[in-house]
Each structure stands twice: as structure tokens, then as C-alpha cells.
Design a protein around this ligand. Structure first.
Ligand SMILES: C[S@@+](CC[C@H](N)C(=O)[O-])C[C@H]1O[C@@H](n2cnc3c(N)ncnc32)[C@H](O)[C@@H]1O
Length: 388
């Protein structure tokens, strides 16, 4: 393998609000975090380590190897710095190349132009060395190069992930406002869910929370669900190492749950979508589905984790209607969930007050650009301690 990866610095990106949970996952894999940002962390790791990250991490978006960082005040400098690297050792002429650029600098008006310059530098270099060049375009399902340009500094990465990790491949049928898979996993990790207690998910929509819960409970690494990754298109990709790791992780994953997972929704189309998605993820047999109002969702007698992601009210314009829905969630918690821990994930803070219980934790997340909270309610049995 070329020494283009000699830096041994890997940037793992995630959505805003997910960094604490990504850190926890990466630390559990045995890596020290060398820096953290709003939307990612850096670790010292090799190209081979990125296989482990891509297969294992539930909250990450992209795993990227730092190739080079340099000061840069114009696109000509960008071109020459990028062209100086031996891309012919890394990318075959038969591959397809995509460049993603994020720029926050006064030295450039349009980040697309940076992407274009990087792409030109790479293909010009390969053309000169090999007499042929890879095709290029916007699809991220092959070799992906990323450039971050901030003020007068550039960081150049090979994206070993390609299509983002949240695209696990199981959600073929989305329903109303589905959560991104890595956000759903982050909510579960934040709750401390580990499969030992029952997981109950009224208002399950397309089933993302229930499916991610099943993957966690089974110790099934989410990256096993898909086959294509950027790293597989890099010259010298170690297929044996990859297959060995996948085989080992497949063996480690459990076949049965130790506590039930229950998913319900009032809309039968949502349940049909959730069932199909769970089938694609290989967990449909393990999830109990119900078509019912959230207040009728069966709750096991033993201590459970009960998580709801109600609509925020963007579509439900009537604030009385949305207020009544949230009040109903509070009543459901009080009347049917004593002894368990309830969670509501919402971006409607005003409506959340209608739950009329005092949250034991309020955790900050972002659902796309919407600031949200995961509200935790300890629902003590036979007492009003958690009530406002
Ligand atoms: C925001 S979506 C949940 C999205 C879900 N977390 C996902 O990832 O697909 C809210 C869901 O609540 C359901 N819903 C609305 N009112 C309900 C009620 N009274 N009882 C049960 N489900 C309800 C809707 O059908 C919708 O599927």
C-alpha cells in the first residue's frame, strides 16, 4: 500500500449533537480521541482500522483518512498541492471518482470550484502517469475524495465510507418523517439501551428506532448490512482483512433477543413499511408489531425503555391538537408505564410541556436542522415523584 496514508489521522464525522455518543463508541473500540469538533472527532488510526470503524460505528456518518493538510490562498495552489500526490498508486483508471468540497474561506466564492480543481489535479496526474484516467462525477459509490478549506488551510481526505453510514440499506420504505438511522442509534445509546430490558416504541413510523434497537440488542454491527464502501475501491484494498473482519463480526452477533422489542403505530401503512424494513435488516422475526393508538401499545410488566418520536407539529397546524397529543403521552406514561423509563424525542419544546412530567434529563440533538431534545422521564411506580 502506498505511503499516502502515512499520516495515520482519521476523521470520523457525525451529525450535530451525536459527538458524545460517537466518542463513546470509538472509545469502546479502544481508540484515543485526539480532537473533537461539532460534527466529528479525530483518532490516530490506520487505513485498516477504518474497516473496523465502517463496520461497527452506529452514530458515524463518514470515516476519512487524512492525506495532507496545507496552507492555501488560491485555487492554483490547491491544484498543485493535490497534483503533487501519487494518485496513480491509489486509484485505478477503471474506477469512478467523486470529489466533495466544503469551503469556508474568502479565497473562494463557490466550493464547487474547489471540487473541480481537486478532481482536475487527480485525473491530470493519473493521465500523465498511466495514459488513461478514471471517470468522474457526483455519485459517491466509488472512490470519494473530500476537501475541507477553512480560511487559509486545506485538509484533504480519502473517504473510506462513500455513501454515508446512515444509509444502512434496510430502509426501503420510508414513512412520515423517518429518523436517520445514526440519529436513532444515538438516541438509543443516550438512553443506555443495551438489550437487557424490553424496548417499546409506540408511534414507530417506518420502524427505525425498533430496528436499530434490535441491532444493538443482537450485538449486530450495522456496517454488515451493506456491501459497498469507498475503501473497497482503493488500489491495494485488503480483501482478506475485510472478509476476516466481517466473518468475525457475523459470528459474534446473537440470534435471539433477551428482552422483547415492541413497535406500534396507528397507521397500518406505517406498520407495513416497518415490517418490510425490519425484514430487509434481518430482524423482522424479533420485533412484535401492533397497529394501535400509542396509548394502547402493550407495555411489559418488567422495567422497560419506552421511546416515542411524535410529530413535532409542523404538519399538525392546530396547536390544541398537538398539545392534546403530548398531554396524552404524559397520561400514557403515568397510567401504563410505571416502573419503566420513558423517552420523548421532539423538536417542539412548547408541546413537550404538555407531557406534564418533570424530565430527569434533557439531551440536545439535531434532526437535520431542527434543534431537538431527548427527554427522559423516570416513571416511578406508585408515586408521583416524577410529576411536575
Ligand atoms: C414522526 S413519525 C415517527 C417516525 C419514526 N421515528 C421513524 O423513524 O420512521 C410519527 C408517527 O406517529 C404516528 N402516530 C401519530 N399519531 C398516533 C397515535 N395517536 N397513535 C399511534 N401512532 C401515531 C404516525 O402515524 C407516524 O408514523
Amino acid at each position: 500500500m502506498t505511503d499516502i496514508f502515512k499520516n495515520n489521522v482519521v476523521l470520523i464525522t457525525c451529525g450535530r449533537g451525536l459527538v458524545p455518543y460517537l466518542k463513546k463508541e470509538v472509545a469502546a473500540l479502544g481508540y484515543d480521541i485526539i480532537s473533537e469538533h461539532n460534527t466529528g472527532i479525530e483518532v490516530r488510526a490506520s487505513l485498516v482500522d477504518t474497516m473496523l470503524f465502517n463496520l461497527s460505528l452506529r452514530t458515524a456518518s463518514h470515516v476519512m483518512c487524512l492525506i495532507k493538510n496545507f496552507s492555501c490562498r488560491n485555487v492554483d495552489r490547491l491544484y498543485s498541492e493535490v497534483k503533487s500526490l501519487p494518485w496513480e498508486e491509489l486509484i485505478d483508471t477503471c474506477e469512478y471518482l467523486s470529489v466533495v468540497a466544503v469551503a469556508d474561506t474568502t479565497y473562494l466564492k463557490n466550493s464547487m470550484f474547489a471540487a473541480q480543481k481537486v478532481k482536475d489535479a487527480v485525473v491530470d496526474r493519473i493521465m500523465k502517469a498511466k495514459g488513461a484516467r478514471p471517470l468522474s462525477g457526483p455519485k459517491r459509490d466509488n472512490v470519494v475524495i473530500s476537501i475541507f478549506w477553512k480560511d487559509d488551510k486545506c485538509w484533504l481526505y480519502i473517504d473510506t465510507t462513500g455513501e454515508k453510514l446512515s444509509n444502512r440499506g434496510y430502509r426501503k420504505i420510508p414513512h412520515t418523517a423517518p429518523l436517520r438511522e445514526n440519529l436513532a442509534a444515538g438516541l438509543l445509546i443516550a438512553s443506555g439501551y443495551d438489550g437487557k430490558h424490553a424496548f417499546v416504541n409506540p408511534m414507530c413510523g417506518s420502524g427505525t428506532l425498533a430496528i436499530e434497537a434490535a441491532l444493538i440488542a443482537l450485538n449486530r454491527r450495522p456496517g454488515l448490512l451493506r456491501n459497498n464502501y469507498g475503501i473497497k475501491h482503493i488500489k491495494g484494498f485488503d480483501k482478506n482483512e475485510w472478509e476476516t473482519l466481517r466473518g468475525k463480526f457475523k459470528k459474534e452477533s446473537l440470534k435471539k433477543l433477551s428482552a422483547p422489542i415492541i413497535a406500534a403505530d396507528i397507521d397500518e401503512k406505517a406498520i407495513a413499511a416497518a415490517r418490510q424494513n425490519a425484514l430487509t435488516a434481518g430482524v423482522s422475526e424479533l420485533i412484535e408489531f401492533h397497529v394501535c393508538d400509542f396509548s394502547d401499545t402493550p407495555v411489559p410488566e418488567n422495567e422497560s425503555v419506552i421511546m416515542l418520536n411524535p410529530e413535532y407539529g409542523v404538519r399538525l397546524n392546530d396547536s390544541d391538537e398537538i398539545g392534546a397529543l403530548y398531554k396524552g403521552i404524559g397520561d400514557f406514561f403515568k397510567q401504563k408505564c410505571a416502573g419503566s423509563t420513558g423517552y420523548v424525542f421532539t423538536g417542539n419544546f412548547k408541546a413537550a410541556k404538555q407531557i406534564r412530567l418533570k424530565p430527569s434529563r434533557r439531551l440536545e440533538f439535531f434532526n437535520a436542522k431542527i434543534e431537538c431534545r431527548l427527554l427522559e422521564y423516570r416513571l416511578y411506580s406508585g408515586s408521583q415523584r416524577s410529576c411536575v
